[in-house]
Write a protein that binds this ligand. Structure first.
Ligand SMILES: [Zn+2]
Length: 189
């Protein structure tokens, strides 16, 4: 009985949600215009705003022609200097599921485990990678303690990467060099 009542309530709620997306609650008109610039759903008949602050599901990059706009869809995290591999290397999911969400067979699960292990080893293989991986976690820590903005964090990461490529880190502590990079970035801005 209780279960029946609950499922009925859920279904009416679902219908309301469906209608609010597709039909104007004021004039019952079905011609809804999506203004992606303002993030609003507007009834073209009576002008009622059905929804504001909608999520923009388009590309988040600035593009200069329509071909780029179509090509650069919203996929993956943006490129960043604050990750030691710039966020570009492959990550193998820790869940043992395939692309359709089915569980892997035991043999495939063992293979996924080995692939994952080697992928992690490969991502951080050289001394420079290890240095950067530690330095970037240190940057995260310092930036959150100091309340530093994201763009300053990127600049700090860039300066630190330059010091690494010029071999200035050797013999000095990573923490101190990262702190110096943040200081330099703050002075530059
Ligand atoms: Zn309307």
């Amino acid at each position: 009985m209780v279960q029946n009542h609950l499922s009925m309530e859920a279904s009416t709620k679902k219908n309301c949600f469906y209608e609010s997306l597709h039909r104007c609650p004021e004039c019952r008109s079905e011609s809804i215009f999506k203004d992606s610039l303002r993030g609003e759903l507007i009834c073209t008949n009576c002008g009622l705003i059905l929804e504001s602050n909608t999520i923009d599901q388009g590309a988040e990059w600035r593009t200069f022609n329509s071909r780029d706009y179509e090509k650069r869809s919203r996929v993956g995290a943006p490129f960043t200097l604050t990750l030691h591999d710039k966020g570009l290397s492959t990550v193998i999911d820790w869940r043992d599921r395939d692309g359709l969400g089915n569980k892997l067979s035991p043999a495939n699960r063992a293979q996924a485990y080995r692939l994952r292990k080697w992928q992690i080893r490969m991502r951080i293989h050289s001394a420079v990678d290890r240095n950067l991986a530690f330095a970037m976690s240190e940057l995260d820590r310092l930036a959150s303690q100091l309340g530093i903005q994201k763009n300053l964090k990127e600049t700090s990461a860039l300066i630190y990467r330059k010091t690494v490529s010029k071999n200035l880190i050797r013999g000095r502590s990573i923490e101190a060099m990262m702190a110096a990079s943040i200081y330099a970035a703050c002075r530059l801005s």
